[in-house]
Design a protein around this ligand. Structure first.
Ligand code: SAT
Ligand code: MN
Length: 585
């Protein structure tokens, strides 16, 4: 495999610090993967699942204190605090290197250090970038092999462009007290220690593709976003692409793999990506997107043949299941799978479990790691080096009351404001309270690698440069009634809203101008044959704006913007316009 001095020297230096027993280069071959799996089966890091039912599938149980991203241990490390901005934890880069050098010293003692070269994005694409992760975790190696393109393909890319992101990861002793996920965007470097969990340890994903990626995008004129990418094909065979940003565990994977309700004959959804979009302006003045990942790291609970049949088909082979229920016959089960619970099994902690236990058997943030190419609806374009052209951008969150089912921004600038004021209830994807509303601009609060005020400016600047910009929408599938039940059925019925969005993009329907944006006329959202027999009256209520809730909302937005000292003027004026419109109405 090709290498160069910079890589070799860095590997040597790191080995001198972390003191592994040996060093293994990951070449991306099946034979090497097989050897690693065998080692994991021996050590207990993996359990073989029933190979007749689930060929190539393995079970992994994490440490019980290591089940999600930990935002309080995640830092942006720069020379100056203002470069990390008001929404990130900041550490002085020199201090962070010093502190973590102490933690990394001898951290790989007795373990192998793996060198994982990986490529993010399609081969031979101007979008794509190389990273190298040094890790002492076999689980990380096996997961990175699913989530990215590893081995020679990445090293060969370095022959022509020698730039790469340096990632150093060690499980350490998995002590949450000594857990740090540090990003040094100025050095294109990531140091992560003390966690083996996806978002903290698979450094190509959130650490590179979003945090370092967003910083690169800001400086290089492109965008790294926490967005799914999907294509929607109509009966005439035309495909329109949408990118949608939702916070973690709010249904991106389900939306990306949706099967339209039966009444929409001839329509089909194609999945390009379920979590991350890298977007650039194309020669034609449109915004083009690629999925930098090669796999899905999806939330398991709630996934079923009803909620997401395409995901269920995807995870039948070559999948790693982490922290779900393990049955006696080496099958997997979880809450919301819509299949009878096993009578006797072990739960995610390794304890005997039965449906009577009164506790959840699978961790709420249990995950599948599966190759994207196995998805039955994977887009034929998903590896197109040019990406796919985006017609609409959707922002969405979990809001019980405030946000209507869907609305369209007046223009790009207003759309950026809508994204900047996004809010959502927290989920189990991150350690901490669940169900608390917080501002999560563009679903990037935990993932923006630089000053969020500058990130808003970047969005505004991009808008000026895109001659044919996507239209920007906001959706909320999660509005609840007085009893706290979701009103909109969600899942495949979300397709009805996507069709309205596409009709707007094609100028096929008009809309109602409201203080917050363009709202659909209820008649323009086709609800015939809808899941819970939702009435047109209920649909109208979902499209209504609650004055009291919005009075609260604008107060809360003002408090949110106070955090920023680099808030763009455009955002301030959009805020002023919104308050004026809400008062007039
Ligand atoms: O754990 S990940 O950060 O990879 C997934 C997520 O929280 O979005
Ligand atoms: Mn995500």
């Amino acid at each position: 495999m090709y290498s160069n001095n910079e890589v070799d020297n860095w590997v040597k230096e790191t080995a001198a610090l972390t003191n592994p027993k040996d060093i293994v280069w990951i070449d991306g071959s099946m034979s090497q993967r097989k050897r690693l799996i065998d080692e994991c089966l021996k050590s207990g890091e993996l359990i073989e699942l029933n190979q007749d039912k689930l060929p190539g599938c393995y079970y992994h149980r994490s440490d019980i204190n290591d089940v999600a991203r930990v935002e309080k241990c995640t830092f942006i490390c720069t020379k100056s605090e203002k470069d990390a901005g008001p929404t990130n934890n900041w550490m002085d880069s020199e201090e962070a290197y010093k502190k973590l050098t102490n933690l990394f010293r001898n951290s790989m003692k007795g373990r192998t250090m793996y060198v994982i070269p990986y490529l993010m994005g399609p081969s031979d694409s101007p979008f794509s970038k190389v990273g190298i992760e040094l890790t002492d975790s076999k689980y990380v190696v096996l997961s990175m092999e699913i989530m990215t393109k590893t081995g020679s393909i990445a090293m060969d890319t370095l022959k022509n462009s020698p730039d790469f992101v340096k990632g150093l990861h060690s499980k350490g002793n998995l002590d949450p007290q000594n857990r740090y996920i540090c990003h040094f965007p100025e050095d294109k470097t990531i140091w992560s220690i003390g966690s083996d969990y996806g978002g903290n340890a698979l450094l190509g994903k959130k650490c590179f593709a979003l945090r370092i990626g967003s910083y690169m995008g800001y400086h290089e004129g492109w965008m790294a976003e926490h967005m799914l990418i999907m294509g929607i094909e109509n009966p005439q065979g035309e495909i329109s692409y949408i990118a949608a940003a939702f916070p973690s565990a709010c249904g991106k994977t389900n939306l990306a793999m949706l099967i339209p309700p039966d009444i929409f004959k001839g329509y089909k959804v194609w999945t390009v990506g379920d979590d991350i979009a890298w977007m650039r302006i194309g020669e034609d003045g449109r915004l083009w997107a690629v999925n930098p990942e090669a796999g899905f790291f999806g939330v398991v609970p709630g996934t079923s043949m009803k909620s997401n049949p395409n995901a269920m088909m995807t995870i039948k082979r070559n999948t790693i299941f982490t922290n779900v229920v393990l049955t006696e016959d080496k099958d997997v089960w979880w809450e919301g799978i819509n299949l009878p619970a096993p009578k006797k099994a072990t739960d995610w902690k390794g304890n005997p479990w039965s449906p009577e236990s009164g506790e959840k058997g699978a961790h709420p943030n249990s995950r599948f790691t599966a190759p994207a190419e196995q998805c039955p609806c994977i887009s034929p374009e998903w590896q197109n080096p040019k990406g796919v052209p985006i017609s609409a951008i959707i922002f969405g969150g979990r809001r019980a009351k405030t946000a209507p089912l869907v609305y369209q921004s007046f223009d790009w600038e207003h759309g950026v404001f809508v994204g900047a004021t996004m809010a959502s209830e927290t989920t189990a994807a991150s350690t901490g309270d669940v169900g608390v509303v917080r501002r999560d601009p563009m679903a990037m609060l935990p993932f923006c690698g630089y000053n969020m005020g500058n990130y808003f400016s970047h969005w505004l600047e991009m808008g000026k440069k895109i001659s044919k910009p996507p239209l920007i929408f906001n959706v909320n599938w999660f509005r609840t009634d007085e009893e706290g039940n979701f009103i909109w059925p969600g899942f495949r019925d979300n397709f009805r809203v996507l069709l309205w969005i596409l009709n707007r993009c094609k100028g096929k329907v008009d809309a109602i101008k409201s203080p917050i944006g363009y709202l659909p006329k209820a008649k323009d959202i086709n609800i015939s044959g809808i899941e819970n027999k939702l009435s047109e009256k209920t649909l109208e209520s979902l499209l209504s704006i609650n004055k009291e809730a919005w009075d609260e909302e604008i107060k809360d937005q003002a408090a949110w913007f106070e955090k920023f000292d680099t808030l763009p003027e455009e955002i301030k004026s959009q805020y002023k316009l919104l308050t004026e419109r809400l008062e007039v109405d």
